[in-house]
Design a protein around this ligand. Structure first.
Ligand SMILES: C[S@@+](CC[C@H](N)C(=O)[O-])C[C@H]1O[C@@H](n2cnc3c(N)ncnc32)[C@H](O)[C@@H]1O
Length: 916
């Protein structure tokens, strides 16, 4: 069951008359338990309750009790030995009047509510359906329920009005939904006079058979677009007069309303019955987007960005500074006034704003500071000076753009109610402003200067000259003279492989002014370049969440030289972390946050995670493109090492359609002599890690004829030839003449091999390097050293090499994509003495011996981070100790120190060798 279905089921359960006997089973059923599971519980077979309730192992202990006994019963459930034994995560007690529940596995506050309201705590119970969520989701049950119900209405309306789902009418549908949401909010917050006015009017005026629900709704929408005095003339019904004039663009344009079925009408009324005062515009907006996305609907938009993550961008970008200024100002009325004036001129601009969550959060935070200023100045009720229109965005999709504006309007109203009281909030709320400050369009094609005109005086003229901006810009500009602009957001990441042709074109356009090789860059780079260029015209600061790959590997030398120029510097950065979203069961992407500006700051900050998972901050002098404290360097791939340390080669690339590989079954058909002469073990990445080789034909050029004497081999060679001849690639077709050979042969056969996978998981603590015997072939999934001393292993598996690789090689989701030219050839090594080499050789041998002790454990078993044998870990520790002492005479304190040293050595290495 998905979250929408669960919400529907528990809402139905709460609406039905309470049935004490069946309630526990119905509750479990609503959370997706199968009929057979319920049957077994009813029969008692799987019911572990010692209190006469229903206890489902590892899930929940429920007890229905006598009236007034709920709290006592919950305590008994908590104390019950069965609850503990059966590892119940939840306990729940109800008498049909009230309901209390607790999540024993988290410190979320318990639920205590009227029975009929328990669906309001829908998010709290979601883990019961295997949908594990982080705290915020349970705290925002209203937003989930509202989204869920709007979801159902949306789907139902599309059933009756399929044309509204077409691209031609999507906009109308989205606009209609936005109007509805506004009406639901307005009727619960006294913006409409009379609680429930909108829902009640529809209930009363529209027929139960739903035949005129659309015309009644349309009349109300038209009324909200018409000043009261003009309504008679417009032929609007008298009952619409109790609705205020709203407009502000929300109620203008096409007033069509889709037809309602009886079900759709009842959904509409149900949604109206929710308590919309609880809406949380920063969260709701993001969730509601999912309603308009066919693939996202069932998921309730749970992968929206969490508020703490958004604050990681906004706090260091601007809010920390404003709060610090507030603290400094104390009670000094003049300083406080200046701060308020400054804030009134701040623009926050999110050029990929979705439904405006960054903007809403920034606006709310700045209003909070303003309210504190007003309180300290003794004028708590004065009108806010923070213009909502200074919170600007661009969004590609129509519905989120619509919702972003609505979310900001709701946020403004809520702030007014909170800080100035409802009376004043109401007095100034309507009609809504008609300016549209959220632009629906492609941010990489639009001119940001005309959407968010820069605020400095000198710039006004430039903007007009350069971009032919609309005339009214000068005025806006003037009003905002001397203001600051903060650009922020989490633009789409999209690696180069996943970009559409249009997106590639977008990037091409953005990078036109640079000579960057944009083709390998993530889509998000376009936003960084545009934000940086925006700063050519004004002082501005920007901070974006981006895929960590833009700060690693080949993207760094492509992108960053164009960003770190014209005084543009990284002022703060969050090093790689998981961009978790509210559905914690969904893997988030690994991201970084980079905050840049063209106004240099001395206190540059790097935020990272310490060993305990807490955020740790360091103040540094410079942050480079790898988000490391150090000079701005861009590590380029090198074709060879600058010293006498062996180079790393590739494995062998078959390009054989699989025909040179032999399964064990095929081996049975071959005589021993043929196997001995022409068959080898072959390792790819998974075979190396699991220790389970496959087999392949490996035939010397001089022995082709002899090998082809075997019918199986002959048929395989024919298949390879045919496959290669059919290829579009010239090199492959050329290889058809030598079908006995891998297309790229890197070994002769007979070499001792040290191998490592091209793709390696970030979850291990060490690079999975393997030693393979001389009867082995390595495939192109591996990098290899052929016939080199085991000393190299000590370097390869070191922590230093790991952190270097993790920084300079590319990352693919949660894996590293190793590169010999970037990871190995650039790896800064000290000059080793004979003694150093001997010590490191011993360390490498000890590691290999420790592995031997656990034969036949594979690399996968041995390097499982949770089950690594202690002697092996110790051997690695010794290896790191010996190597690190060679670098700096002691162990490094942490990876940051390791990297900083490596960067320092790299700088020296490239200077002395004139490389890079
Ligand atoms: C990762 S989302 C972030 C939205 C919002 N801040 C959030 O957390 O939900 C990126 C947003 O960028 C929008 N987008 C994608 N390509 C765009 C483009 N070329 N121009 C403007 N917006 C774009 C997407 O529709 C999406 O809403």
């Amino acid at each position: 069951m998905n979250a929408v279905e669960i919400e529907e089921a528990i809402s139905q359960l709460a609406d039905q008359p309470f049935d004490p006997v069946n309630f526990p089973y119905a509750f479990l059923e609503a959370f997706g338990n199968k009929e057979t599971t319920i049957k077994r519980l009813r029969a008692g077979a799987s019911n572990k309750s010692d209190l006469g309730g229903v206890l489902q192992t590892s899930n929940i202990h429920i007890k229905v009790c006598a009236e007034g006994e709920v709290t006592k019963t919950l305590a008994a459930l908590r104390e019950s030995p069965s609850t503990i034994r059966a590892k119940a995560k939840f306990i729940l007690a109800t008498d049909g009047q009230t309901l209390e529940a607790e999540n024993l596995a988290s410190d979320d506050s318990p639920v205590v509510c009227a029975f009929k309201d328990f669906p309001d705590h829908f998010g709290f119970f979601l883990p019961l359906a295997g949908i594990s969520t982080v705290r915020q989701i349970s705290e925002n049950s209203f937003d989930i329920r509202a989204t869920s119900r709007l979801n159902r209405l949306y789907v139902e309306l599309l059933k009756d009005n399929p044309e509204w789902g077409t691209s031609a009418r999507r906009h109308d549908m989205n606009h209609f939904m936005a109007r509805l949401i506004f009406c639901f909010f307005a009727e619960d917050t006294d913006i409409f006079i009379g609680k429930g006015l909108f829902t009640d009017t529809i209930t009363q005026m529209s027929a139960r058979d739903s035949s005129n629900t659309n015309t009644v709704t349309e009349a109300l929408f038209r009324a909200m677009n018409t000043k009261i005095a003009e309504r008679d003339r417009e032929g609007l019904p008298r009952w619409s007069n109790s609705f205020p004039y709203v407009n502000g663009g929300l109620f203008s344009g096409n007033m069509d309303v889709p037809r309602f079925s009886k079900i759709a009408r009842s959904y509409l009324l149900h949604i109206g019955n929710l308590d919309w005062t609880k809406i949380n515009p920063d969260i709701f907006g993001s969730m509601i987007q999912a309603v308009a996305e066919d693939e996202e609907r069932g998921a309730l938009g749970m992968h929206y960005t969490s508020v703490p993550n958004i604050l990681k961008v906004l706090n260091p970008l601007c809010l920390d500074d404003l709060r610090a200024k507030l603290a400094e100002a104390g009670d000094n009325p003049r300083t406080l006034l200046n701060l308020r004036k400054r804030m009134a001129k701040i623009r926050v601009f999110d050029p990929a704003c979705g439904s405006g969550n960054f903007l809403v959060i920034a606006y709310k935070a700045i209003r909070e500071i303003e309210a504190e200023i007003n309180k300290r100045r003794g004028e708590p009720e004065i009108r806010s000076e923070i213009p909502l229109t200074n919170y600007r965005g661009i969004e590609l999709r129509d519905f989120p753009a619509e919702i972003a504006r609505l979310a900001l309007v709701i946020a403004e109203y809520q702030c007014d109610v909170l800080y100035r009281g409802q009376k004043l909030a109401l007095a100034e709320f309507l009609p809504l402003r008609s300016e549209n400050w959220i632009t629906c369009g492609n941010a990489l094609r639009l001119d940001w200067l005309s959407i968010c005109p820069p605020t400095g005086t000198g710039v006004k003229v430039q903007a007009d000259d350069l971009f032919g901006s609309p005339l009214d810009q000068a005025e806006i500009d003037f009003q905002n003279e001397g203001g600051e602009t903060y650009i922020c957001g989490n633009p789409p990441y999209k690696g180069s492989k996943y970009q559409s042709p249009e997106q590639k074109d977008d990037l091409k356009g953005v990078f036109k002014s640079t000579n960057a090789g944009w083709k390998s860059l993530d889509y998000v780079s376009g936003w960084l370049i545009k934000a940086k260029e925006y700063g050519h015209h004004t002082n501005s600061a920007f901070a974006f969440v981006a895929t960590n790959s833009i700060c690693q590997g080949i993207q760094v030398p492509e992108l960053w030289p164009h960003l770190l120029r014209d005084n543009c510097e990284i002022n703060f950065a969050y090093t790689s972390f998981k961009w978790s979203n509210l559905a914690s069961n969904k893997a988030g992407v690994t991201v970084v946050i980079v905050g840049m500006s063209n106004c240099s700051r001395s206190d540059k900050r790097i935020f990272g995670t310490d060993d305990q998972g807490r955020t740790a901050v360091r103040t540094v002098q410079n942050i480079n493109a790898y988000l490391i404290s150090g000079p701005n360097i861009f590590i380029q791939a090198r074709s060879s090492r600058p010293d006498n340390i062996p180079g790393m080669d590739f494995g062998n690339k078959a390009v054989d359609g699989g025909h040179l590989y032999l399964e064990r079954e095929a081996l049975k058909e071959l005589p021993k002599e043929i196997i001995n002469n022409f068959v080898r073990k072959i390792y790819g990445a998974s075979e190396l890690i699991k220790g389970t080789p496959r087999f392949c034909l490996w035939i010397a050029d001089s022995e082709v004829e002899k090998a082809a004497g075997n019918t199986l081999i002959a048929s395989r060679l024919r298949l390879v030839r045919e496959m290669r001849l059919a290829s579009e690639k010239i090199a492959t077709r050329r290889g058809a003449g030598q079908p006995h050979k891998f297309e790229e042969r890197r070994q002769r056969g007979g070499e001792e091999i040290i191998a490592l996978p091209r793709i390696t998981s970030e979850n291990r603590d060490y690079l999975p390097v393997g030693l393979l015997d001389s009867h082995t072939i390595v495939s192109s999934q591996l990098f290899a050293f052929y016939n080199v001393k085991v000393f190299v292993v000590a370097l390869l598996v070191s922590r230093l090499h790991w952190v270097w690789m993790a920084t300079v090689c590319a990352r693919m989701r949660t894996d590293f994509s190793y590169s010999n030219t970037l990871g190995w050839n650039t790896f800064p090594l000290p000059t080793f003495t004979e003694k150093n080499m001997a010590d490191l050789t011993r360390c490498a041998e000890d590691i290999l011996l420790a592995r031997e002790h656990h034969f036949p454990a594979s690399i996968a078993d041995l390097y499982d981070p949770d089950a690594m044998p202690e002697d092996l870990r110790q051997a690695h520790e010794r290896n790191d100790e010996v190597l690190e002492r060679i670098y700096i005479g002691r162990r490094f304190k942490n990876d940051t120190e390791r990297l900083e040293k490596l960067f320092e050595l790299y700088t020296k290495m490239t200077k002395t060798k004139g490389a890079a």
